[in-house]
Design a protein around this ligand. Structure first.
Ligand code: NAD
Length: 542
């Protein structure tokens, strides 16, 4: 083709309601039956070849852990090595595809997900990760579709970024992919992140080895199949489930390792960064290290806050998807003048919340992801029960007899440094500290200093001067900052997402800033009329 194509303008994918009587509700219920019965035997896919090691793990439903959804083959050493070789080999060709051909693969993937695959992947996310219909829709359908479409749009902006040229020369910028493969390691809690971390570098001409989280393998596998149907060539993204430590050790030791695209916990990211540092002498280039990690996200209310809006933000922010969002509200600072009214409203909503099998659409909450998460959260609740100065205001129970269920819980603490105000719990536990209303300014300092994270945060006030002060004091306390809104629910193209401090490298997934990490620009100067004389004019005799 000759011509500069116009990239389709992206728009956020509309969120379907799944209200009774809607066609999407019927379609999703049908898909839940089909996907739940299939039990796929999920392989590694390397260079387009499916490899089943026979070393399998079961993938189960968190809300019904006796129900096996699929078996997952763990890649052995030979398959891990083959994945590196396949990625390096595939890059020879893929790096030279025209942008519009690469873009078309991902735009087609977005359309497949918006259409034929939507309910299949929503159903897999509901069954495998225990999301409600709505939580699945905003994640595995809308956010992932948005990532795919908006990234193409942002990539075009990067490619259009070209230098000036002086007379007699033509300057160009070649936004090359990195030299080597990108290692994408993805978390369980968002199917959209599972899809975005490998596809964003691939869009920029990189090849990728993708290690999905075992607990999200079902939805991730369906998305991988979708990419194949969209025309992704073999070897461009290699799907490599396996033991995370063994896979990481091999991939990070390869001289072809060029970058890591990680989302998950802070401790794992730090260990990966150290391993990269230890291996630095092996690499051909300095690797790009991109990681979005943990959070301990705050809601701070000024005495002028709207009580009803604040209470709803706390409940939705803390308990949707069982508090398993990196952005979930997990520490609240409420003035004593508002506390009784806020507490009563939150407790009333908690008592109204239904929790259970997400296939029953009346439920607002499902189960937490696995036995490890369940044990971690239950330990926090047991410690809170006997800790001095800690009251369990609502919830506090946990039951793993059928699924990994933890009640939505509200704690009140006298000590704002108590561990549930500082540590990431990653469950449906909100801790409130009630401060004297006159100590607003000191409380803002406390919010900023508490804990190592800086991911999301929200401030509630009707008094504008209070918002101005909070904005200044909390400027470094959150990468995604909300005013009179809950701290969750970032939308691609609207609130690019990521945090600093121990919350990550803040490269803002789904934005031009993230895609810039996956290119290595080459400046090209072409002189149109090269000089033929070495002497300069000033050297001439007067
Ligand atoms: P996790 O760190 O346990 O796992 C993330 C990925 O790393 C998985 O694929 C896992 O298999 C792999 N992994 C685990 N141990 C490893 C090791 N030793 N070496 C290499 N890889 C390893 O995190 P998770 O439980 O899947 O996700 C929850 C965490 O992710 C929370 O801390 C949450 O805040 C964070 N998160 C952050 C964001 C963000 O944008 N900041 C978004 C989603 C989740």
């Amino acid at each position: 083709m000759s011509g500069t194509p116009n990239i389709p303008q992206p728009h956020n994918e509309p969120v379907l309601s799944y209200a009774p009587g809607t066609p999407e509700r019927a379609a999703l219920k049908g898909a839940l039956g089909v996907v739940g019965a299939e039990r796929p035997d999920i392989p590694a896919v390397v260079g387009g070849k499916e490899i089943r090691s026979g070393d399998t793990q079961n993938v189960v439903s968190p809300h019904c852990h006796a129900r096996v959804l699929s078996t997952l083959h763990q890649a052995g050493q030979g398959t891990i090595d083959a994945a590196i070789a396949a990625a390096v080999e595939a890059q020879r060709d893929w790096a030279h595809w025209r942008f519009e051909d690469r873009a078309a693969v991902f735009l087609r993937a977005a359309d497949l997900l918006a259409g034929a695959y939507r309910q299949r992947i929503n159903a897999a996310t509901m069954l495998g990760q225990s999301k409600t219909a709505f939580q699945a829709e905003i994640d595995s359908a809308c956010e992932l579709i948005d990532f795919l479409r908006f990234n193409v749009h942002y990539a075009e902006q990067i490619y259009r970024e070209q230098p000036q040229s002086a007379p007699g020369a033509w300057n160009r910028m070649d936004h090359r992919p990195l030299e080597g493969f990108v290692y994408a390691i993805t978390p369980f809690n968002f199917t959209a992140i599972g899809g975005n971390l490998p596809t964003a570098p691939a869009l920029m001409g990189n090849t990728v080895v993708w290690k999905p989280a075992h607990t999200a393998a079902l939805s991730n596998w369906h998305f991988y199949r979708l990419l194949e149907e969209a025309g992704l060539p073999p070897g461009v993204i290699n799907f490599l489930p396996g033991d995370p430590i063994a896979v990481s050790r091999s991939l990070l030791a390869s001289p072809h390792f060029a970058g890591i695209h990680f989302t998950g916990s802070t401790a794992v990211f730090r260990s990966l960064w150290k391993e990269i540092g230890d291996n630095l002498d092996r690499y051909r280039s300095y690797p790009r290290i991109v990681g979005e990690t943990g959070g301990k996200d705050f809601v701070v209310a000024h005495p002028s806050a709207d009580i009803d809006a604040l209470a709803v933000a706390l409940v939705r922010g803390a308990y949707e998807y069982q508090g398993q969002k990196c952005s979930a509200a997990s520490r609240a600072y409420i003035p004593d003048t508002l506390w009784p009214a806020v507490r009563d409203r939150v407790v009333a909503m908690i008592e109204d919340i239904r929790m259970g099998d997400v296939s029953d659409f009346r439920n607002f909450m499902g189960a937490v992801i696995d036995h490890r998460a369940f044990a971690r959260i239950r330990d926090h609740l047991e410690a809170a029960r006997t800790a001095p100065g800690v009251r369990i205001v609502a919830g506090g129970g946990a039951d793993d007899s059928v699924g990994y269920f933890v009640q939505p819980t509200l704690l009140q603490v006298d000590d704002p440094g108590y561990r549930t105000m500082c540590e990431e719990i990653f469950g449906p536990v909100l801790t409130a500290y009630v401060y004297p209303a006159a100590r607003w300014s000191e409380t803002l300092g406390l919010v900023d200093r508490t804990g190592p994270y800086a991911l999301t945060g929200a401030v509630f006030a009707r008094d504008r001067a209070a918002l101005v002060e909070a904005d200044r004091v909390l400027r470094q306390a959150a990468g995604n900052y909300y005013v009179n809104d809950k701290p969750t629910g970032a939308v691609v193209g609207q609130q690019p997402f990521g945090g600093a401090r121990a919350s990550g490298t803040n490269d803002k997934a789904g934005s031009v800033l993230n895609l810039l990490r996956w290119v290595s620009p080459r400046s090209i100067k072409e002189t149109l009329a090269p000089p033929r004389e070495y002497r300069y004019p000033f050297m001439a005799e007067a």
